[in-house]
Design a protein around this ligand. Structure first.
Ligand SMILES: Nc1ncnc2c1ncn2[C@@H]1O[C@H](COP(=O)(O)OP(=O)(O)O)[C@@H](O)[C@H]1O
Ligand code: SF4
Ligand SMILES: [Mg+2]
Length: 336
């Protein structure tokens, strides 16, 4: 059965969302009918190679798509209400108060000429209507919550380490009390130890504040500690969705299997990332059938012609012709 059910209890519902970018008179399909639900307090990872549509998904949910992007189909609902994701002005009351995004590379996102305390206090004044004194007090609380001593609040961004700056970004993301945080590769620019500390912090904040977390990464190895569920993206579509335990123990989609195999595992002597052979498809000219077919070791004739639907198997969803649930015709034929 193709999963089109909508869970009204979900905090966030992304429903058949398609996004195109206009590029020099041509159109690039970055998201193609992406659907998923997120429950309050749930942590979901969005994983895939560069160009698979992860950032576009985050930007669309937060209503931050670039001017050359258009939502060609579908919608995003927050607590059951449709969000005006393609209307910058109408999105303002929702942005940062419902969903906040922490991007990679905090140095670009922070204002170099303002002290960090001011940068955290500002949204508290603007969005929560706090006085300057109240906002400064909240900014200090937020700094301490993310593990930065209050007296570091007078520092400028360049005076902090990369990890500390990313903590400031997380404090800013929390400023307006959102219920969803999207981390778009929030640890990619950091060393391994700092990366682990930031992921631990996100996990702690999630349980303390009952935050839902969408963690975007190209690196499956960071997912296991921080998330309950993993969604694998390829060429603008979700190709597999399941619990971390299910996906790591028994990946169904050949692309997921190759992604897992590519992770270094020093215990087994595999010390380097083994890239998946072949190149990601050109999204201006999407391949026919399954977009992975030219790289897939299990490809069959049908794969080049028919797009596999994202079918539900228990708690999992998979889009691959190797794993098709029974169609109505199959059921009639099999008398089930
Ligand atoms: N502003 C933009 N204009 C044109 N194409 C874009 C833009 N942003 C992203 N893209 C294209 O959309 C596709 C998806 O990109 P993105 O969502 O950034 O993927 P990911 O985050 O998984 O690397 C890529 O082919 C990328 O080149
Ligand atoms: S549908 Fe075919 S080409 Fe695509 S992942 Fe499955 S087996 Fe491979
Ligand atoms: Mg990205």
């Amino acid at each position: 059965m193709t999963d089109t059910s909508q869970d009204t209890a979900s905090l966030l519902e992304v429903d058949k969302l398609s996004v195109n970018y206009g590029l020099k008179g041509a159109s690039l399909c970055a998201l193609d009918s992406v659907s998923f639900n997120l429950q309050a307090g749930e942590a979901v990872a969005l994983v895939g190679e560069s160009g698979s549509g992860k950032t576009t998904t985050a930007l669309a949910i937060a209503g931050l798509l670039s001017p050359n992007a258009s939502v060609s189909n579908g919608e995003v609902r927050y607590r059951g209400k449709r969000l005006p994701i393609d209307d910058d002005t109408a999105m303002r009351p929702h942005r940062w108060s419902e969903t906040s995004v922490v991007f990679q590379g905090a140095m670009n996102a922070l204002n170099p000429v303002h002290r960090i305390i001011k940068q955290i206090a500002e949204p508290c004044m603007l969005k929560l209507g706090l006085s300057r004194g109240e906002a400064t007090k909240r900014a200090i609380e937020l700094l301490e919550r993310v593990g930065i001593p209050a007296d570091r609040g007078t520092a400028y961004p360049h005076e902090l380490s990369g990890g500390m700056r990313q903590r400031v970004m997380i404090a800013m993301a929390l400023a307006c009390r959102p219920s969803i945080i999207i981390g778009d590769e929030p640890t990619t620019a950091l060393d391994v130890i700092t990366q682990a500390q930031i992921l631990k912090l996100l996990g702690e904040l999630r349980s303390q504040l009952n935050l839902a977390l969408i963690l975007i990464t190209h690196d499956l190895s960071v997912v296991a500690e921080a998330c309950d569920r993993v969604m694998i993206m390829y060429a603008g579509r979700i190709v597999e969705d399941g619990t971390v335990a299910e996906i790591f123990a028994k990946p169904k989609h050949p692309y997921t299997r190759l992604l897992i195999d590519s992770i270094p595992n020093p215990a087994s002597g595999k010390r380097i990332i083994r890239p998946i052979p072949g190149d990601p498809p050109n999204l201006m000219n999407r391949p026919s059938g399954c977009a992975f077919h030219s790289r897939c070791p299990s490809a069959m004739a049908v794969c080049a012609n028919e797009v596999p639907s994202l079918d539900r198997f228990g708690r999992e969803r998979v889009a691959c012709h190797l794993h098709r649930s029974l169609t109505q015709d199959d059921k009639v034929a099999a008398n089930v």
